[in-house]
Ligand binder design. Structure first.
Ligand SMILES: Nc1ncnc2c1ncn2[C@@H]1O[C@H](COP(=O)(O)OP(=O)(O)O)[C@@H](O)[C@H]1O
Ligand SMILES: Nc1ccn([C@@H]2O[C@H](COP(=O)(O)OP(=O)(O)O)[C@@H](O)[C@H]2O)c(=O)n1
Length: 230
């Protein structure tokens, strides 16, 4: 009978624009691991809440949407997609409207419990030897026992500059204001600005993308080599 070995879990947290998605995806690709973007689920739920014209401030109404929230995500780093039912929302969940609504949805306790269980199940069932899971509370809540736990940080200025280079439909000032207010709202729910015990900080402020990927892979290799000797 085939033995099911649990994948090596790499947990990466950090604020918006620190490089979590791009670095996690690239690291997963190079290591032959799966990649799980947890923010996409909060965004897809926010998209659904907006689509159904549910009041984002009404926690009970938001929690009720979970009952028939039919969500799927690609965990192959080369085949990323996000679906709600049959609808491909990969692009739509990055809209300014969804970004503005997501923090209110993410602070509902039933939402966090439901999605945490979903992430744990998705991570445990990937068909790769490992999985890189990124978000805000992966090192502390979703996978506190992960073999590798990293906090990816960058100065506020660097994060704002990176995000405004990506979003060309809004002014740099608007992008920065929205990012700052999302960080503020999110940090009332989860502490992703300081590293919990046993979590390695990688500060990407003065690193380019390639250097950050290398730094993260170095931490993964060091940690997994150490774990195999324990
Ligand atoms: N170390 C880095 N140096 C320069 N640009 C970076 C770096 N890390 C990420 N980026 C770029 O910054 C943008 C935001 O990164 P992203 O991975 O979306 O961050 P997050 O998932 O943390 O919000 C992307 O365009 C990405 O290519
Ligand atoms: N593990 C996670 C991941 C995301 N989130 C929420 O989901 C939103 C979108 O996450 P994201 O990772 O796509 O955001 P960016 O940092 O990429 O802009 C965040 O602003 C949080 O409100 C969360 O609460 N917990």
């Amino acid at each position: 009978m085939a033995r099911h070995t649990l994948p090596t879990v790499v947990a990466i947290d950090g604020p918006a624009g620190s490089g979590k998605s791009s670095v996690s995806r690239a690291a997963a690709r190079r290591l032959g691991f799966a990649y799980l973007d947890t923010g996409a689920a909060y965004r897809a739920l926010a998209w659904t809440v907006l689509d159904r014209q549910v009041d984002t401030e009404n926690a009970d109404a938001v929690a009720a949407v979970l009952k028939d929230f039919d969500y799927s995500i690609g965990t192959d780093p080369d085949e990323y997609f996000v679906l709600v039912g049959e609808t491909d929302v990969t692009e739509a969940i990055r809209s300014p409207e969804v970004s503005a609504a997501v923090s209110a949805v993410a602070r509902v306790p039933e939402v966090r419990t439901h999605l945490t269980e979903l992430f744990q199940s998705l991570a445990a069932n990937v068909d790769r030897p490992g999985v890189v899971v990124e978000g805000r509370d992966i090192t502390t809540v979703v996978a506190p026992d992960a073999e590798v736990r990293i906090l990816l940080t960058a100065s506020e200025e660097a994060r704002m500059t990176r995000r405004s280079a990506e979003i060309t439909t809004q002014s740099a000032e608007t992008v920065a204001d929205q990012l700052r207010s999302r960080d503020r709202a999110d940090s009332q729910v989860v502490d992703f600005m300081s590293a919990a015990d046993g979590v390695t900080t990688v500060d990407s402020t003065h690193l380019d993308l390639e250097q950050t990927i290398t730094a993260v892979i170095d931490v993964i290799n060091t940690r997994t080599a150490r774990a195999s000797h324990d």
